[in-house]
Design a protein around this ligand. Structure first.
Ligand SMILES: Cc1cc2nc3c(=O)[nH]c(=O)nc-3n(C[C@H](O)[C@H](O)[C@H](O)COP(=O)(O)O)c2cc1C
Length: 273
């Protein structure tokens, strides 16, 4: 089955869709009207680029993920200056208000994030949102307990040099794992999918970048991710579907402090050839 329908009455025969399809699945048909042969449908990744680039809006996907509200909206054209400031002022947020982010806001962010690119448009990322702050505190407790048992074992682990200070911080009432954030987003995917990790990192990067537009802030939860790879109690607490594993995780919530300036970074290291 072809995965798209091209309306011959609105098609201007410009041929853009033939050039755009990454797999070359759209062919020139009778009277130069493009079409997708039925047998090509199996190879379509449903990326939607044919629909997206068609100047006449003549292409209709059969796979039902169209977003007409957005298609009709003005294309916002962001200036490089505004984009540069927005992206550069993203900071890892490690101090949070106790104010809860509502589910609708989180869903709105994830509705944007689902547009992040993925290999072959596979879209392998699933989300577990730990919304309940009590459950986030439990993740911290389990991670610290796992760190304690690691320190009491002979196992070689790259985290061992930093663990004592993390445990000391926890024992003094701080949360060095989830930084007191009210929520945690876990990107998970089938363990057997070899490219899901990259896709998940891209999706989480989008999540972190989108968050400030909603007044939220986020921070990668590296210690939680490392613990989730080997700590059985943490795996059980997360309760991911069979065959899935944590790809990475991010704490988030409303930031306690405002970003007032942009810090320095290394210059871009570029080689031209
Ligand atoms: C993969 C990854 C894991 C990270 N893990 C943690 C973490 O466990 N705890 C933390 O406080 N920050 C963590 N960070 C945040 C980095 O420390 C932070 O990105 C870096 O210091 C630069 O600061 P900025 O994000 O504010 O620009 C992590 C960042 C990345 C990319």
């Amino acid at each position: 089955m072809a995965t798209i329908f091209i309306d011959p009455d609105t098609c201007s025969k410009c041929g853009t869709c033939l050039q755009i399809c990454p797999m070359g699945l759209i062919l020139k048909g009778e009277e130069r009207i493009p079409f997708m042969p039925d047998e090509a449908g199996a190879f379509c990744s449903k990326c939607g680029n044919c629909e997206s680039f068609c100047p006449e809006g003549a292409i209709y996907p059969e796979y039902g993920t169209r977003y007409p509200e957005i298609a009709e909206e003005v294309k916002p054209g962001i200036t490089p200056g505004a984009l540069g400031i927005y992206m550069r002022q993203r900071r890892s947020v490690r101090n949070y208000l106790s104010k809860m982010a509502d589910r609708e806001t989180i869903e709105e962010i994830l509705d944007i994030v689902r547009y992040s690119p993925s290999g072959m448009n596979n879209q392998p990322v699933h989300w577990l949102i730990i919304h309940d702050p009590e459950k986030v505190r439990r993740l911290t407790r389990i991670t610290i307990d796992w760190m304690r048992s690691l320190m009491n074992s002979d196992v070689q682990h790259p985290l061992k040099p930093v663990i004592p200070s993390l445990i000391a911080a926890y024992e003094s009432g701080k949360d060095p794992i989830c930084r007191g954030a009210p929520h945690v987003a876990v990107a998970h995917a089938a363990a057997a999918n070899p490219i899901a990790f990259t896709d998940s990192i891209i999706a989480l990067t989008w999540f972190e970048l989108a968050a400030p537009a909603f007044g939220l802030g986020a921070c990668w939860a590296g210690f939680l991710k490392i613990a989730a790879s080997s700590c059985q109690e943490l795996k059980e607490e997360l309760g991911l579907p069979e065959g899935h594993e944590v790809q990475y995780a991010m704490m988030f919530g409303y930031p306690k402090y405002k970003v007032c300036s942009i810090p320095g970074r290394e210059p871009a290291r570029i080689t031209w050839k």
